[in-house]
Design a protein around this ligand. Sequence first.
Ligand code: DGY
Length: 421
Amino acid sequence: MKQQTIDQAKAVMIKNDRGYYTVPTHGLYPFQWNWDSALSALGFAHFDEARAWTELETLFAHQWTDGMVPHIIFHEMDDGYFPGPEVWATGKTVPTSGITQPPVAGFAALRIFERAKDKKLATEKARALLPRIHAWHKWFFANRDPHGTGLVAIIHPWESGRDNSVDWDEAFERIPTKGVSPFKRRDTNHANPDHRPTDEQYKRYIWLVQRFRSLDWDNTKLHDASPFQIVDPGFNAILIRACVDLAQLADKLGEKEIAAQSRAMASKGLAAMESLWSDEHCQYLCLDRAVGTLINSPSIGGLLAAFAPISKSRARLLAERISTLSKSCSYLVPSHPPSAPQFEPLRYWRGPVWLIVNYMIADGLLIAGETKMASRIKRDCLELINKSGFAEYYGPINGEPCGGGSFTWTAAMVIEILEAP
Ligand code: DGY
């Protein structure tokens, strides 16, 4: 059974492999996506280490000169996706989008390095990637934390990966829809529109793209110019964890300065995370930086904080919070609490379960000693794929497969959960 599932997962990854990068899924997402790639590399590493490194190498080959790693790289044209390169107009030779995504690459690089059987290859590849990943981390703090708070803001919901989270609803009211050039969505040709963001949300996504484009994608200006500036605990947890992991990788490679700088960024971030804690909700919350208040939306962003090396007592409380959530659904971890009025069980990030987030939460909880909850979450992941295949995401109540099918990162997470030591 285990081997059969691994073989099926491998087949999904191989199907989406384009040689030097993988697409998240055929049709809906026909290019290379940043965090999809880094997490997929973890899956490849179990059966083809060289291919895993190539995935990360390709991603970083398209890093901008200022250090940013874009969220999409448009390797080959495909008009089945909107917004394509002509909308972004970032002027890169191989076109890219102009925003970024959760920086999981530092975490993935360390994990792949530590488990590598081919140490020579791993050392060579990690040595080349290390300064690039570090430059990206520094870019975040320089450009997305201009006042040095220790935490970075996302300036577009797509940067978080949690595109239509309830977390952004209020801040999104501030984004105009007037002046948005007419467009035709393509995502709804590939996936059930009821599982996707709404047209109103899409208009605002595109308004922000147009705003940043009008500033020539100059990252020194975009943060302050964006009416959407959200400090997301999940996003920051990924960045903090990536800095901690990169410091370890740097130690192994004898790069003392990168190690020290990475540790300094991580400790400052970890201390600042405390300002996002809510006793009322027993979890972390997003901060709306544009207005300076915490957002009263206890979503999965605040649980993903477990991925960072937060204190054991905070990890304990997050495990308790997830345990409370388990009473209102069959599969953990719902991206929004089923008891909340905004909960939509099948609509993208407003309720469904995502294996990548589950994996990161479980990983952090395990390190913090919350083994019972970590195992429960991983068990739910396997039950979901056995019941509903390698979907993009799943309904937390009935386990229904949602969004795109044959999804690369879902397959990668399954291999990782089943094969990891
Ligand atoms: C999409 O197209 O839905 C993506 O999440 C944006 O990158």
